[in-house]
Design a binder for this molecule. Sequence first.
Ligand code: AMP
Length: 121
Amino acid sequence: MSYDDQNIFAKILRGEIPCKKIYEDNFVLSFYDINPQKKIHALVIPKGKYVDLDDFTLKASPEEMVGLFKGINIVAKKLGISSEVGKGYRAIANISDHGGQEVPHLHFHLFGGESVGKLVG
Ligand code: AMP
C-alpha cells in the first residue's frame, strides 16, 4: 500500500488537525488517543511517512528505528507508566487489514495507568 498523505495522522503531523500532545522530537510525535480504551491511552507515531510496521521495517533508516523505540520509552517515562517506576504498559501496533489497522500511518498504542489484563485468553 502506498502512503496516503490525507490520513488523519499525516494531518496531525502537518498541524492541520489538533492533538493533545504528550511529546515530540525529531523522530516521533506522541499524543493521546481520541477514544481511550484504558486509563492512559497514548499513541506514538514516527514523523516519517510509513504506512505500517512492515513498511517501516523495510524502509526506515537505523536512526529512525532507534528514534521510534527511544520515543516510546521517553513517552512511557513521561506518563509515569514505565517499568522503571514499577508500573508497565502494553505497546501494540495494528498492522494492515487483518491486524485491524484503521489509520494508515504507523502508530504504537500505549495502554496503561491500570492493569491492562491479558491480551488473549
Ligand atoms: P488503529 O485501529 O490501530 O489504526 O488505531 C487508530 C487509533 O487512532 C484509534 O484508537 C482512534 O481512536 C485513534 N484516532 C483516530 N483519530 C484520532 C485523532 N484525531 N486524534 C487522536 N487519536 C485518533
